[in-house]
Write a protein of this length. Structure first.
Length: 223
């Protein structure tokens, strides 16, 4: 059976796992080829510059746990993606997507409170426009705990899932990968704590009668 090439595009290190880690682990177990793109360095606005290398090391360790076929860093400035022309960010994503040729793309929900998330979602959507990248048959956006739920409480900004993925069998793989991010994991009840991630998966699982699930919004699907 032909393997599907899957790409997850995250704004910062750990974003590639927080919303879709269990689902990506399912893809890997099913034999799909899963690639990750991390756009910003994730450290420049919060940590000393030397921690950029630490974050990359943690990301590579997490990638090994999930089983990514590749992990690429664009190393753009953290929380300053709005200083880069949209066309330049889009073109950088296009270059990596040209190399991989994905059939399925996962990225951020475009109404997140985090500005970098919103910009990455917008540029990924443009980079995957139908006539430019017709091989992409499914474009999906995920929630990012501590960002999606903190968006403006206005009509249209709330995540309304139309796809749920049962991750009961892969949730612990996601948690193990997230725990490689020692600088990013937080103490409970922070949304980026191991316990909160388990509780979140149980919450979404209860929507569909499963022990654990991850929610998504499918923005385009071609069958």
């Amino acid at each position: 059976m032909e393997r599907t090439r899957v790409v997850v595009i995250g704004a910062h290190p750990d974003d590639e796992l927080l919303g879709a880690g269990g689902t990506l682990a399912r893809h890997v177990l099913a034999g799909d080829e899963v690639h990750a793109i991390v756009v910003a360095d994730g450290a420049g606005s919060r940590y000393p510059d030397q921690l950029v290398a630490t974050l990359e090391k943690q990301a590579r360790q997490a990638a090994e746990v999930i089983g990514f076929a590749s992990l690429q860093f664009l190393s753009l400035p953290d929380q300053r993606l709005d200083t880069i022309p949209l066309i330049e960010l889009t073109q950088q994503l296009e270059g990596v997507l040209d190399e991989i040729g994905p059939g399925i793309v996962y990225t951020h929900f475009p109404e997140d409170v985090n500005a970098d998330h919103r910009l990455v979602a917008r540029c990924a959507w443009t980079a995957c426009r139908p006539y430019g990248r017709p091989q992409v048959r499914k474009f999906v956006v995920f929630e990012t705990p501590s960002s999606t739920e903190w968006a403006w409480p206005m009509p249209g900004t709330e995540l309304r899932p139309n796809l749920f993925v049962d991750v009961a069998d892969t949730l612990e793989i996601k948690i193990a990968a997230m725990e490689r991010y020692e600088t990013e994991l937080r103490d409970y009840p922070h949304p980026r704590s191991s316990r909160a991630l388990r509780e979140r998966a149980a919450y979404w699982g209860s929507h569909i009668g499963r022990l654990a699930a991850e929610p998504f919004v499918v923005l385009r699907e071609v069958t």
